[in-house]
Design a protein around this ligand. Structure first.
Ligand code: SAM
Length: 323
């Protein structure tokens, strides 16, 4: 939706300033809707709105309405930091949004500030509660776990999720573009997450399901369910069926991919739906990305891109291509 964000999470946007996408390049809602039609014509039936922070994009509910009117889309989801969610949850639900995922890494105000540079925890919690009240078909909380930062909050976050009716998913800290302070020792692996939670709750059962969702799900003895997204230590490239469209119309097949396919150029030059479909089909059929697996095989794993490289190509940033 946008590369702009109203937080500065240390694992995503730790720098003081950024090179932003030119405003004239940002696709408007009609252009986005047209591209969604192109993708649904090829079999895509789920869309997630992300960013940057999608709720800083004005009148987002208008885009949601446009998307909700397409019978070929069976799932419309939003990933948000929750800061602007309380005032938008009702309108988004009414517009036809199905599911919401809120990123929440801590329940402690001073830690929230240290992690995000803003004192917005109360608004995020109100946002989660508002989303819970308006009744989306699913509400999730995504937590990036970083050793020495918030890895002592697994149980409080899980319990909070349970109280507000949200499924918590713990995400391994990833060495994506923008995570310029990443190091291997700060990653809390899926194995370690499970061990720690088992020490608290007792035996944890994996839930066996056929799914292309990034999270593996687990059940604790009293029935509560949580997920783990283990992109760093146990990647799932072979079952990943996602692709990403940046706010300025570059299309990526992998979160780690070096190059995107420009869809804005042909779109604004008047390409037909069929021509765009042909372009997308050709790229998709020849895709070979398995970025997270390639990263896993590296001996000296360090941040994906330096600050200089990111400034030269902001499309490498996680906040440009969406999480
Ligand atoms: N602003 C929205 C939000 O905060 O949810 C959407 C964009 S954000 C880039 C999407 C997701 O990417 C968030 O859940 C965030 O925690 C995750 N993310 C960003 N950098 C990450 C990293 N280095 N490792 C793992 N997850 C990361």
């Amino acid at each position: 939706m946008t590369d702009r964000c109203n937080l500065r999470c240390q694992y995503c946007m730790p720098e003081r300033d950024y090179v932003w996408l030119p405003r004239a390049d940002i696709l408007d809602f009609e252009e986005l809707s047209f591209l969604v039609d192109v993708f649904t014509g090829l079999g895509v039936d789920r869309v997630r709105l992300t960013g940057g922070e999608p709720l800083v994009r004005r009148n987002l509910q208008q885009l949601v309405s446009l998307l909700a009117s397409k019978p070929s889309l069976r799932d419309i989801a939003l990933t948000t930091n929750g800061v602007l969610l309380a005032e938008n949850a009702g309108a988004l639900r009414e517009a036809g949004l199905h599911r919401v995922t809120v990123s929440l890494d801590t329940l402690r105000p001073e830690r929230f500030h240290a992690l995000t540079r803003f004192d917005e925890l109360p608004r995020v919690l109100s946002g989660i509660e508002a989303a819970s009240e308006v009744g989306f078909s699913a509400l999730k909380i995504d937590t990036v776990v970083i050793r020495g930062v918030n890895d002592d909050e697994l149980v409080p976050l899980l319990e909070y999720g349970r109280r507000v009716g949200a499924e918590v998913r713990f995400i391994e800290y990833m060495d994506v573009g923008g995570a310029t302070r990443w190091s291997r020792d700060k990653v809390v692996s899926r194995r370690e997450l499970l061990d720690r939670l088992e020490r608290h709750y007792g035996p944890i059962d994996p839930i066996l399901e056929e799914s292309s969702a990034p999270a593996d799900r687990f059940r604790i003895p009293d029935g509560a369910i949580f997920g783990i997204i283990s992109s760093t230590t146990a990647p799932f490239c072979s079952s990943c069926d996602r692709s990403r469209l940046t706010a300025d119309g570059l299309w990526y097949q992998c979160l780690y991919g070096a190059h995107g396919t420009d869809l804005r150029g042909p779109l604004r030059a008047g390409a037909s739906e069929a021509e765009l479909r042909g372009l997308i089909e050709t790229v998709w059929r020849s895709r070979s990305d398995r970025g997270a697996e390639v990263r896993l095989a590296m001996h000296d794993r360090s941040p994906l891109a330096s600050v200089d490289t990111l400034r030269r190509d902001p499309h490498l940033e996680m906040h440009t291509r969406g999480g």
